[in-house]
Design a protein around this ligand. Sequence first.
Ligand SMILES: [Zn+2]
Length: 593
Amino acid sequence: MRRIALTAALLTLAAADLGAQARTWTAAERAADSAQALAAFRGNIAAIHQRDRAAYLRHYLQSPRLVRVGPGGATYGYEPLAAERDTTWPDTLVATHFEVVPVAPGVVYGTYRYRVTQGSTSRGVSERVIVRQPDGSWKVAVSTAFASPGNQPVPAFALTHATVVDGTGAPPRTDATVVMRGGKIECVGACTVAPDVETIDARGKWIVPGLVDAHVHYSQTGWADGRPDAMDVRARFPYDSTVAVLEQHPERFFRSYLCSGVTATFDVGGYPWTWALRARAEASSAAPHVAAAGPLLSTIDHWVNVPAARQFVFMGSDSATLAGARMMVHNRSDAIKIWYLAGPPSPDTTQFKARLRIAAAEARRGGIPLIVHATDLWQAKDALRAGARLLVHSVDDRPVDDEFIALARQAGATYTPTLTVTDGYVMLYARHFDAVGVPMECVDPDTRHKAALTDSAAAGMPEARVAAIRQRIAAQRQVMYANLRRVRDAGIPIAMGTDAGNPLTLHGASVFREMDAMAEAGMTPMEVLVASTRTAARAMGRTDIGTLEPGKLADLVVLDADPLAAVANLRRVRLVARGGEIWTREELEYPAR
Ligand SMILES: [Zn+2]
């Protein structure tokens, strides 16, 4: 009873207090205070964006009573602030969710959310108490900043007045809103936007689902150092240390993917550590989702491994094949991947056909899909007969036939054409890297540097040999294009995949040439977009991403140009959201070196 009485007394006091204020402080005055303080608050942040030290300092109360509070406690006085405020600034500062509340005449409390990148990236909440000065200006009297714990849900955002292409193949929706809350898409289309949602006017922009690359290799660098079998640079770039760096720093490729609008990747073969990338990437809004097939089973005993681990497990016997397949299942691999390179003239074809089925049976038992690298028509058909759910390359030796289509349909298989990876090898052999169409600003400086080394590497193949390879690949490309059209016409699902990590097929940035090639083959921009979003997501076993629909994860790309007018417009990335966290393209690009 006493407690209730006390509460009542407090309520009475509060009411009396508010009543007293209301007489001398009108709603109009409160609104004016809010507006003026908010303008000063925004000016305070704008000065950081403009890197204007004098303007920045002008926003603070020049008094020993100025208080700044951070995780380390309070610091008092203007002088220390001025002394500390040197000429260094954050690389980027993204400020959202500005809110102000008038607390007394001439006193306004404000808060905003920040994400700041200066070396590393942190986000958090910052507060201000802004007070009116005798001359009518508003100054910051109290300032705080606290980093948010990593597991803090991302605040809600709405993108409004955009044209939305949702990845399902449905026609675009104009003047549409996308609301993201708690890392998921809450609403698409005509949405009411709640007051706590930060609105971004996306008029004149297009919104598509985050792109998905269904064929990548984090165990490869994008240059020759990761594939010494293609060009041996081990004297300068020892393979063991190359792989060690790949394992230690996958985040540089994560950033390249996001920068390129890619919010999910399927690693279809590599070292055992690629399995661990999945949980790490899933927990980070600065990384694309990762699915991983782990080490691949191979019909050839490929030597590109490190002493402590293999990325190629040789299907040298039935028991070795079974043991390899079981290892994938035990490690909760997202697939069993087979490098099916056995050729029909080889006497061991029958053997490898049988071993493919041993692996397929194990995959079925373990409830994971079988995925196969098979580029000859007979191999691809045999893989489908064995139950392959995903072919990660085009059939490139001859036209696909009715039997192939029937087998693909029966297996419920998805076809990843992987059209452009051979171009990278040709560039490597020709010792010339052509970056046309590749957004190199999304490529980390180390990889950029190596790609540039291609041109100065010791003379490679004789020119005539390179010309012959080029010719063969051009002819092969026409077969791949015709097969892609045939597969498309038959309604077999098609997923975009680049084979990134292979020489000069750069992580992230290579998706654009691949999508261009799919369009060149005859797919419409809408078909390319669906292949690069919904279908590629399904190929990696995910139905919670790949489309813009309520309940899906909030992974999307805001573009400056219409992706349905030209596939090339997918390069015009303005913003990328991963799990509802919105990144500007500027934040994701690597600085020029
Ligand atoms: Zn591959």
